[in-house]
Design a protein around this ligand. Structure first.
Ligand SMILES: Nc1nc2c(ncn2[C@@H]2O[C@H](COP(=O)(O)OP(=O)(O)OP(=O)(O)O)[C@@H](O)[C@H]2O)c(=O)[nH]1
Ligand SMILES: [Mg+2]
Ligand SMILES: [Zn+2]
Length: 294
């Protein structure tokens, strides 16, 4: 038996790195399927080697955490990569991701990429929207601006790069760690969306760097299941701090009287766009609950 870590899984094969940095192509024991367990990138496993570089995964160690989209286990931080230019930021998607990561106690980092394609005012606008909700860093994979700061933030952690297709996740990782040589793509001219170039989540081990990163395929859909509408604001670090002085303990900061969140909003202490989308998300969750009882 050997210990290892799954780097990626493709078509029923798992690439497991052992403690001597040798990669074994493994199959998973049949009982995982029966138990409905899928081994994931980031999983720490115990496997039985066969020959020098094959093996069978026998056991998955308890996960510290589990991201559902992208599906990755045991990460310390998620970098939500957005493009300051094209493709346009799907802000509702970003907000949903932030809620989900904060709820799961995983540190989010907003990486605002492609700052070479827009003017300083636009960059500042995006930054202002998110900087009270999470750490933000402005970068350009093309010019290299901000990459030193980003690299420092990645030190000693396992960071999962997530977000829309064509935001530049793979390009950024290539720019940070030149030996990686990940495939990158463009945007579809027809749809102005990414081409989904990266197909599999893969744990990367950059050379001469204490830290790991996970490149993942872009996605455009995310739903927060198991979230109650009345709890939503608790996962907004830019809204929650103002909620303590609301008159009603059950206040969800929409139409209630004497709401200190609304006061903070009027004073410009809460970003208006973030608040408006909070209300949109809140209504979505309420409708979902309504449907469950119908
Ligand atoms: N101008 C500019 N272009 C960039 C930058 N970063 C990435 N790009 C371009 O954006 C396009 C998409 O980059 P990718 O790295 O493939 O994007 P991705 O997020 O990995 O996309 P998926 O793998 O599909 O999820 C490519 O044409 C890159 O050259 C940047 O900082 N500036
Ligand atoms: Mg990619
Ligand atoms: Zn309130």
């Amino acid at each position: 038996m050997l210990k290892g870590k799954i780097l990626k899984g493709i078509g029923g094969f798992y690439y497991v790195l052992d403690e001597n940095k040798i990669i074994h192509e493994c199959k998973a024991a049949g009982r995982f399927r029966k138990e409905g367990v899928t081994p994931l990138p980031g999983d720490n496993v115990i496997f039985v080697p066969e020959g020098d570089s094959y093996g069978f995964i026998e056991q998955i160690e308890d996960r510290i955490n589990l991201l559902t989209r992208p599906r990755v286990a045991n990460v310390d931080m998620v970098a939500i990569v957005v493009s300051a230019g094209k493709p346009n930021i799907d802000r509702i998607l970003c907000d949903k991701l932030l809620v989900s990561f904060i709820k799961s106690n995983i540190t989010p980092l907003m990486v605002i990429n492609k700052i070479d394609t827009v003017d300083a005012e636009q960059i500042e606008g995006i930054k202002l929207e998110y900087e009270k909700a999470c750490n933000t860093v402005c970068v350009s994979a093309k010019t290299g601006e901000g990459l030193g700061e980003l690299k420092m933030l990645l030190q000693d952690k396992c960071t999962c790069f997530a977000g829309q297709s064509a935001a530049g996740k793979s390009t950024l990782l290539n720019a940070l760690f030149s030996e990686l040589d990940l495939e990158t793509g463009g945007m579809s001219k027809k749809t102005a969306r990414g081409k989904h170039t990266t197909r599999h989540a893969e744990l990367l081990l950059p050379r001469d760097f204490e830290g790991t990163a996970v490149d993942t395929p872009g996605f455009s859909f995310f739903d927060n299941t198991d979230l109650l509408p009345e709890d939503l604001y608790k996962y907004y670090p830019d809204i929650e701090p103002y909620s303590h002085a609301c008159k009603y303990p059950s206040c969800i900061h929409t139409v209630e009287p004497q709401c200190s969140v609304k006061d903070a909003l009027e004073q410009g202490l809460i970003n208006k766009s973030r608040y408006d989308r909070y209300v949109t998300l809140l209504n979505e969750l309420k409708e979902k609950r309504q449907r469950q009882y119908d």
